[in-house]
Design a protein around this ligand. Sequence first.
Ligand SMILES: Nc1ncnc2c1ncn2[C@@H]1O[C@H](COP(=O)(O)OP(=O)(O)OP(=O)(O)O)[C@@H](O)[C@H]1O
Length: 845
Amino acid sequence: MSSLQAVQTNRSYLVSTFIRGSVEKYEYLLDHLLSENVLSWEDYEVVNLVGQPLSTLVRQLLDIVTCKGETACRHFVDALHKVEDSAEEAGICLQPPEESSQLSQYLQRERPRIVKLIHNYVNAVLQHLLEHRYITRNEIEQIQLPIFTTSQKARRLLDLLRVKGNEPARCLIEFIHNLGEGIVEQVTDVCLAYQTKLKTTISAQSKFLSTYDGSENMCLEDIYTQSVLEIPENPNNSDNMQGSPNQDLLSIFNAQGLINNKADSILILGDAGSGKSTLLQQIQHLWADGQALQNFSFIFPFTCRRLYCITKPLSLKALLFEQCCWPPDQLQDKIFQFILDNPRKVLITFDGFDEFKFAFTDDSRHCSPTEPTGIAGLVFNLIQGNLMKDCLKVVTSRPDVVNVSLRKYVRKEMHLKGFSEEGIEFFMRKHHSNPDTAKDIISLVKANSSLHGLCNIPVFCWIVSKCHKQLINCGSKTPQTMTDMYVLTLKHFLHHSSTRLKVTENVLLEKVNSIKHLGKLALNGLCQGLYVFSYHDVAKEGITEEDLTLGFLVLSRNFSDEKPVSSQYYEFLHITFQCFFAALYMIMNDDVSSASLHQLFKWNRKPTRESRVKISHLCLQPILPRQRKSFLRNIEIRNLQITATFVAGLLSNALYSNLVDSWQPIKLSTKCKIIKRCLTKGIQKHFNSIPPALKDEKKSMHAMPDFVWLIKCIYELQDMTLSEKAVQGLDIDHLKMTYCGIGPTECTALAYVLKHLKKPVGMQLDHNSIGDIGIEQLIPCLHKCRALYLRDNNITDKGLCRLMEHVLHWPNFQKIALFNNRLMDECMNSVAYVLKHKQNFLSLR
Ligand SMILES: Nc1ncnc2c1ncn2[C@@H]1O[C@H](COP(=O)(O)OP(=O)(O)OP(=O)(O)O)[C@@H](O)[C@H]1O
């Protein structure tokens, strides 16, 4: 029987089969007939008329095909088989003709496949064509009418492109190609709508930095400055034994420096204020604005400060949707399934792991994405990859909370080291639209060595930039210490909050009550591991509206959203400000006992990670003086150290008299004595731990990071006699300070103290982040050096040339080691000059 006869004899069967079947099947048949040129476009319009019953359309189709004769009927029968053959795959690999004049025809020829390929991505295709101006918004609206199914939308798009010619066809073919190559995201339209919502949410959240909220309207985009990001030296690194400085933000995601390619968690470590949160914010911003990282379909950002407060058990699904962005109820399952099926397309970020005060453990396994469990278990299993294996997680933290068990799951580790010299200038120029102001601040910073050292830490750079007017007015008395800077900021904020006050008036006295209220809240919070305060807690501590307007307590972006005032949560502008206010409170209040001060400087304490406080129970107890000693034991070690550094700094000569004038605390001089004694004792304890030298070996001391912290406290005190006394008992030949987290700020303090060393030593400073600015800071003490080891310190030609200028004048200086820095040819002349002219120089490595 011929095909024509077959179609004619089976006409009623065919009609009833199609009527019982779906419209989709019928339209898919039409796609095949169009692609085989069985139907012309005029025919197609007749058999695809919107609003006609399917039975009528099928009959008209059969009439047309049979009228066209045997060949048409044969194609028709073939097409019927193809429609029935559900196994037919819409392979994503298209092979378009090279001749561009045939691309439009090619779309028609491949119509059935293309419809299948794009029907889940119509939104994305339309956006792509819109961006390339091949389609208008009006046309998109017509295609996107809600009466059409996704396949019908795809067909309507192809119908439209047919009349638009070959270039739009090329654009579509390119899109499909990129889809196949993974260059554009394979996100279905259901997920695309959710992605858009998530992007909008994240874009709004990441637009402003918390330190700029309220007072300034400065977008992250306008101020973001690239920080120094390093891959540390690690013998387990596949390709990077030596470490690698100055990585750009996107390098976080590349394969360089992998420690364990089976793990999914990338660890970014940095000190307080080094810019960890800002870095994550920038990642989120770039993604949400479509500027980078588009290989991720979804980014789920979490702050550990917020996660730590979740007390009820929750599932992975609830974590992602409830805590980040809620999808429409009916689509939840589909979207979640997409997330589970495509873990590589998802990025999860955990900011501030140090604030997630559960000690990391891999004891309990939780693999079910839908079963609820405690927040610690959920986060730990995500990091281990028991949940969402292959999904990248970026975890930021201050350095010392990372334990050995966690390290097993680290894919890559990077260290954030603050701003480079160029970074500081770049930041100042971005912060100040007036180029003259920026220039003045840059000159001021460059002219003041300690200020320059401090500015390497972004949060200090922000302070300098913000308080530049005061700084410029300081004249020769520019701030030397970190505490000076915070006092300057305090005065700046106090002056700005009150238009009544003249710059000359004693603003500290005027606002003494506000400072007390904030200080009490800050200290209470630190003692209980609290960084977020409910409106009631704030009110309970006696904080008034006026205190709030000072701007140190800001609405917590993690908790507040658009809630009424009584449900708002507050946090300090930055954790360092909380520490600063706690220190102020300890200094200005006479009820703070000597025992508490001893506790503050007890330098060999182990970090504590217990004492969990839930946000729901966030109720600050007034701390009685006699309790405070034990309360201080609960302060997170890093915060305790920062607070102690401020306490020492507030007792420096310059600030001491200022505080006495303003607040007249009776016990200040006693406190000062106690602190000086604590510091000298602490240093001596370090010295006492030095083992006696072995026969024929040099006597050597290996300093721990706490030693550097004590030195920093001594520097903050700005007491030359104390610093002399601190090292007078140090009888060693070699001082080893490797891996002590020494940056430019620490270099300033080291130089202040070590210049009093009695005899020349070998100073080993390998594996820190000294950089060119740090070299500058160290110069005042380097004449005490016999040998200087600076391996792996991110030093460039500029820094080394500066050092070499001085070396000739230091009679004791004989050796230097410089492996693994960023040295090129430019420093060679200076080095050669030293080698030629310094007769007693022994070794250059
Ligand atoms: N890359 C940057 N560009 C511009 N400003 C920055 C940058 N990094 C940090 N800052 C400034 O420093 C402030 C503190 O930075 P951030 O909160 O990111 O530090 P952090 O390392 O997360 O600190 P902590 O560990 O204490 O939470 C920011 O609010 C911003 O003002």
